[in-house]
Design a protein around this ligand. Structure first.
Ligand SMILES: Cc1ncc(C[n+]2csc(CCOP(=O)(O)OP(=O)(O)O)c2C)c(N)n1
Ligand SMILES: [Mg+2]
Length: 359
């Protein structure tokens, strides 16, 4: 018996052809990317404030510092390409076009939230925008992402699924089962590791074998590998444009290692004893917003005033989101048993078999 394996790697980011796909982006497009990153940043600053005011309950994980990953990758694919992610999900939801008011209301547990306030911060869902969550079980979204990709292949659709997860999730069994299936079935999926170096308080070097050679993990599944600088939105854009196009063209799944960093703690209660202030400051100098801002100004694609106006607009949207969430009614007890079962069984009513259910 002969066992053949696919080559273990794709072209590393540095070997990609020039001109880069982002060279084609004009001033309007770059300002659009900047606006999305600013919206996420300003929105999450309001989340932090609202959390301290006890308006948001449960867990809340901020994406501040990582904005370029969601914004650059989502800009590089089509609006109908499905995306799925973990609990650090506000950025993906907003980059996909979710109304910030519905996102904030979800965190406040209000009926006007994207999941009627039942999911909270970790479960942002937006089916019309093809955003399939928001998942709290570390790595749990990866088998679901494979399901989305299988659906694309089965229905012969021209789409590619973006499945995001953290460096810590990379050590979950479900993630490897998902990668195995995706590889043998050649599914249209990009496995995106948002490698922010930490899994709660554990540095990747302490918790992950071959942390400096994730390409080998992709290679073990015969899967293409790519990596990019996740603090640069255009670097992310270029990498995803290239790899999404290859996957769309039938080259199968790709494993993308995106090097990024979260500026805030793991969640809202994290004394951050596991890292130094100097380390955080070093990464803050690479802030994706500042990097794109400098590029736009250097190339005279906009003035300081124009950029300030965009920032002011985002600040206003964030304040309006809080106001909307504050003023919305809380979810009522009458919603306790809705959305428990999906069709064909119909909504579940207390003490009665679900509608359409047959023993
Ligand atoms: C199966 C499972 N195990 C443990 C946890 C607790 N937990 C929540 S977040 C987290 C860290 C995950 O880190 P990473 O995947 O790197 O994502 P990041 O928080 O850095 O975005 C852990 C262990 C969980 N939610 N689910
Ligand atoms: Mg991490």
């Amino acid at each position: 018996m002969t066992i053949t394996t696919a080559p273990p790697s794709g072209a590393p980011a540095s070997d990609r052809p020039s001109p880069a796909p982002s060279d084609a982006l004009d001033a309007k497009a770059l300002l659009g990317l900047l606006e999305q990153m600013l919206l996420i940043r300003r929105f999450e600053e309001r989340c932090a404030q609202s959390y301290q005011q006890a308006k948001i309950g449960g867990f809340c994980h901020l994406y501040i510092g990582q904005e370029a990953v969601a914004v650059g990758s989502i800009a590089a694919v089509r609006p109908e390409d499905p995306i799925i992610t973990a609990y650090r999900d506000h950025g993906h939801a907003l980059a996909r076009g979710m109304d910030p008011r519905h996102c904030m209301a979800e965190m406040f547990g209000k009926i006007t939230g994207c999941a009627k306030g039942k999911g909270g911060s970790m479960h942002m869902f937006d089916k019309p925008h093809h955003m399939y969550g928001g998942h709290a079980i570390v790595g749990g979204q990866c088998p679901l992402g494979v399901g989305l990709a299988f659906g694309i292949q089965y229905n012969k659709e021209d789409k590619v699924c973006l499945c995001y997860f953290g460096d810590g999730a990379l050590n979950q069994g479900a993630v490897h089962e998902a990668m195995n299936l995706a590889a043998i079935w050649k599914l249209p999926i990009l496995f995106v590791v948002e490698n922010n170096l930490y899994s709660m308080g554990t540095h990747i070097a302490r918790g992950t074998s071959m942390a400096d050679n994730l390409a080998a993990k992709a290679g073990a599944y015969g899967m293409r590998y790519a990596e990019c600088d996740g603090m640069g939105v255009l670097k992310v854009y270029d990498c995803f444009k290239t790899e999404a196009d290859r996957t769309r063209a039938g080259e199968g799944p790709c494993f993308i290692n995106v090097e990024t960093y979260r500026f805030k703690g793991h969640s809202m209660s994290d004394p951050q004893k596991y890292r130094t202030k100097e380390e955080v400051e070093e990464f803050e100098e690479q802030d994706c917003i500042q990097r794109l801002r400098r590029r736009i100004l250097n190339r005279k694609m906009a003035t300081e005033d124009q950029i300030q106006a965009i920032d002011d607009k985002c600040k206003k949207l964030a304040i309006e989101a809080v106001k909307f969430a504050d003023e919305s009614p809380a979810i009522g007890v009458d919603e306790l048993y809705t959305d428990v079962y999906s069709q064909p069984f119909g909504p579940y009513k207390l003490g009665q078999p679900a509608e359409g259910f047959r023993e």
